[in-house]
Design a protein around this ligand. Sequence first.
Ligand SMILES: C[C@@]1(CC(=O)O)C2=NC(=C\c3[nH]c(c(CCC(=O)O)c3CC(=O)O)Cc3[nH]c(c(CC(=O)O)c3CCC(=O)O)/C=C3\N/C(=C\2)[C@@H](CCC(=O)O)[C@]3(C)CC(=O)O)/[C@H]1CCC(=O)O
Ligand SMILES: NC(=O)c1ccc[n+]([C@@H]2O[C@H](COP(=O)([O-])OP(=O)(O)OC[C@H]3O[C@@H](n4cnc5c(N)ncnc54)[C@H](O)[C@@H]3O)[C@@H](O)[C@H]2O)c1
Length: 192
Amino acid sequence: MNQLFPIFIKLNQIHTLLVGGGKVALEKFEALASNDNALNLTIVAKEIIPEFAQLLKEYPQIDLYVRPFASEDMINKQLVIAATNNMELNEQLRNLTRQNNILFNAADKPELCDFYLGSIVKKGNLKIAISTNGKSPTIAKRLKELLNDLLPEEIDETLSLMSTYRDQLKGDFEFKVKKLNEHTKDILGHER
Ligand SMILES: C[C@@]1(CC(=O)O)C2=NC(=C\c3[nH]c(c(CCC(=O)O)c3CC(=O)O)Cc3[nH]c(c(CC(=O)O)c3CCC(=O)O)/C=C3\N/C(=C\2)[C@@H](CCC(=O)O)[C@]3(C)CC(=O)O)/[C@H]1CCC(=O)O
Ligand SMILES: NC(=O)c1ccc[n+]([C@@H]2O[C@H](COP(=O)([O-])OP(=O)(O)OC[C@H]3O[C@@H](n4cnc5c(N)ncnc54)[C@H](O)[C@@H]3O)[C@@H](O)[C@H]2O)c1
């Protein structure tokens, strides 16, 4: 059984720290920024690969510090993601985040993580996050591709129409829920 509880985070409201500037850090950065390019992020890395530094020029709001991690970097952060090649540093980050009540992810190190990144299907306002409980990120990626192909582009239009319809409905909450369910019965092919 997968006991992980998915939540959807507003990356422009919280402050995230990414430690590391290599290929894996770049992948994690792309995973974050592809959801919200106005994200609130600080990056600390002893060294950064040129393509990552180049990409960051498109994000003037992001702070990049090319130097070793210092414990003060944790101040005012709510989420920390580590993508370093240094296991001692990963352990130190694990301990510091715990002491400071900050949620922690170490890329590819499940035993150190409070949360995992998911594979993400995106169709306009619709977003589906996939977890395999860490069993196979490759299958998560393949499922994402499958769902991306299966879901029609019009699904976003349907969401917008439903939102307008809901705003126009007059009546109490129970009445609205009934109407919305009646209206979508055929779209989804079954009754709630
Ligand atoms: C979903 C995705 C999100 C993201 O990272 O953005 C993600 N990994 C992705 C891809 C990917 N990662 C790896 C491969 C190589 C093949 C393979 O191993 O399968 C591929 C496939 C590829 O790149 O093609 C290597 C790998 N990853 C982990 C380990 C350690 C271990 O398994 O013990 C190792 C072995 C390292 C080694 O051998 O040294 C662990 C984790 N990776 C997770 C997330 C979390 C669990 C998610 C879940 O429950 O499924 C978890 C637990 C923690 C975390 O990192 O958050 C992203 C999909 C991108 C997309 O959607 O396109
Ligand atoms: N590259 C891959 O495809 C891959 C696949 C699976 C697992 N991994 C693992 O993921 C980790 C990261 O991989 P990578 O390819 O990005 O490694 P990398 O060596 O390219 O990058 C590591 C980054 O950590 C930074 N770093 C190290 N010590 C630091 C410190 N004290 N303060 C701040 N930054 C520091 C380095 O400057 C560098 O930017 C490694 O542990 C690797 O074994 C990598």
